[in-house]
Design a protein around this ligand. Structure first.
Ligand code: FES
Ligand code: CO
Length: 334
């Protein structure tokens, strides 16, 4: 399953402190915990009797940080021996063999989030978390919005993010106007690195902070990963404010996902709180509509239970669907 070989965001990095946290990725319960700077992602199941390790605690020992199981207190190492059981309190002289270990997955931090992959193997274009250079550029400010727990599959949310033609209806008065609903889908490039869209245009009622009225806004999109997309507004002459926004999604499995919008801003005087409040308000407009879409899994491929029809403004979403099919993402499981 390719989706297990992809890096997925699982948590806001700053939410992971000195207690373990449980998350679900692709139906797999994980425990996340922090050992000094490093992050660990393990199966949330003690190899002894199956208790959830996320109910345990992080211990500081003379041998380094360990995760203690809540049930019989077995201690599992962080650091280089990550996952290995080091101590069984009921039998302190027992030296646990190598098989007495939690299942360990790869984890890292990127763009303000913790990322995990469940299996190695994806080819070079997908062997890293998706790129978002502005978010890691010290000259830009990064603001993480979310998490948003959403009752739909990750691809439905990506399509919503790529779709300009809902602005005049779902975001009327905010991102669009019903009387200016026409859009230009732009030029779409499909390749090994995913999708790129340039010169997508939509009418916005108040396109930037100082705007007096509506204007056509040019966007570019990149889809560097099946469950991630980055939107950039084209710079306007004389406007020093630059914004880029990425949608990163954790596919929880079974028709549910968790999303973050990571904004990168340059010269934007708006406070982080107001940027988050705006994103929360916009997403609150999207949520009831995307959660109403049936089926929750994108209905593409020969085994889809229903078909959907397409209009001329759906070129980007059609390209996205082809990208998922080329990769062989198992949509029915998301
Ligand atoms: Fe974890 Fe026994 S179940 S220590
Ligand atoms: Co929307």
């Amino acid at each position: 399953m390719l989706e297990k070989q992809l890096w997925h965001p699982v948590l806001d990095a700053h939410a992971l402190r000195d207690a373990p946290i449980a998350v679900t990725l692709l139906g797999e319960p994980l425990v996340l915990w922090r050992d000094h700077g490093a992050v660990h992602a393990w199966a949330d199941r003690c190899p002894h009797r199956g208790a959830r390790l996320s109910l345990g605690r992080v211990l500081t020992t003379v041998n380094g940080p360990r995760l203690e199981c809540p049930y019989h207190g077995w201690q599992f190492a962080g650091g280089a021996a990550a996952g290995q059981c080091q101590h069984v309190p009921a039998a302190p002289d027992f030296r646990p063999p190598a098989g007495h270990a939690a299942q360990v997955f790869e984890a890292c931090e990127r763009h303000g989030l913790v990322w995990v992959r469940l299996q190695a193997g994806a080819d070079a274009a997908l062997a890293e978390p998706p790129a978002f250079p502005e978010a890691d550029d010290p000259a830009w400010r990064r603001v993480v919005c979310g998490p948003y727990a959403v009752a739909t599959s990750a691809p439905r949310l990506v399509e919503n993010f790529l779709d300009l033609s809902h602005f005049g209806f779902v975001h009327e008065g905010w991102l669009g106007e019903r009387g200016h609903a026409q859009v230009q889908t732009g030029q779409v490039t499909e390749g090994a690195q995913g999708l790129r869209v340039v010169q997508a245009r939509a009418w916005q009622p108040r396109a930037y902070a100082e705007a007096e009225g509506g204007a056509w806004i040019d966007y570019t999109y990149a889809v560097p990963h099946p469950f991630a997309a980055v939107l950039r507004k084209e710079a306007r002459e004389g406007d020093p404010v630059r914004n880029a926004i990425a949608l990163f999604i954790r596919p929880d499995g079974d028709g549910a996902c968790t999303a973050w919008f990571v904004m990168a801003t340059h010269n934007d005087p708006a406070s982080a709180e107001s940027l988050v409040a705006f994103q929360d308000a916009v997403f609150a407009q999207d949520r009831p509509v995307v959660e109403s879409q049936q089926p929750k899994a994108l209905p593409i491929g020969r085994t889809a239970p229903v078909t959907e029809v397409h209009g001329p403004a759906d070129r980007v979403s059609s390209a996205y669907r082809r990208y998922l099919q080329r990769l062989g993402i198992a949509l029915g499981t998301l």
